[in-house]
Ligand binder design. Structure first.
Ligand code: NI
Length: 161
């Protein structure tokens, strides 16, 4: 099971970009360099550009970080797998398309610009008719299929960060 990263020790942080970029076991050298460069140049994250870089479904990509949280872009289509995150809430924001988040006590329909937070421990299963572009915000290291495991586990990808 993935472990949550340790926060960087303040005493080990010597530079401002280190605070942003250091501190998780998940971070690749490439992502570190890209993050470092973007921070130094004050370049924003362009979500449309990030969405143009991949086509696979159900495979979230980290594009930014916020303290111990990650902002991920994901393309989804069809039905995912019912699962639960026992130790965290999970935020969905739809950028394009229409997403339904099935819950055991009813469905939540999201259109572009709408946000829904699935509370910790609540079983859910996203489903769509067509392709949906969405943003996820959740703690570093959350596994997309939660407790369900299975074939749809996405490999960790922070190459766009
Ligand atoms: Ni989930």
């Amino acid at each position: 099971m993935p472990q949550h990263p340790q926060k960087p020790m303040l005493s080990s942080v010597g530079r401002r970009n280190d605070i942003l970029c250091v501190g998780t076991v998940w971070r690749s050298a490439n992502a570190y360099a890209a993050c470092d460069a973007r921070w130094m140049a004050n370049i924003p994250v362009d979500l449309a550009e990030k969405f143009s870089l991949f086509s696979e479904h159900w495979s979230p990509k980290v594009v930014a970080r916020l303290n111990d949280y990650e902002i991920k872009v994901v393309k989804v289509k069809g039905e995912f797998v019912w699962h639960t995150h026992e130790d965290t809430d999970e935020l969905f924001m739809v950028i394009a398309g229409e997403l339904t988040i099935q819950l055991r006590d009813g469905d939540v329909h999201l259109t572009p610009g709408q946000v829904f937070v699935v509370p910790m421990g609540v079983e859910h299963c996203p489903i769509t008719d067509g392709e949906v572009h969405a943003l996820l915000i959740e703690p570093t290291g959350v596994v997309n299929t939660g407790d369900a495991g299975g074939d749809m586990i996405a490999s960790y990808d922070d190459s766009f960060a």
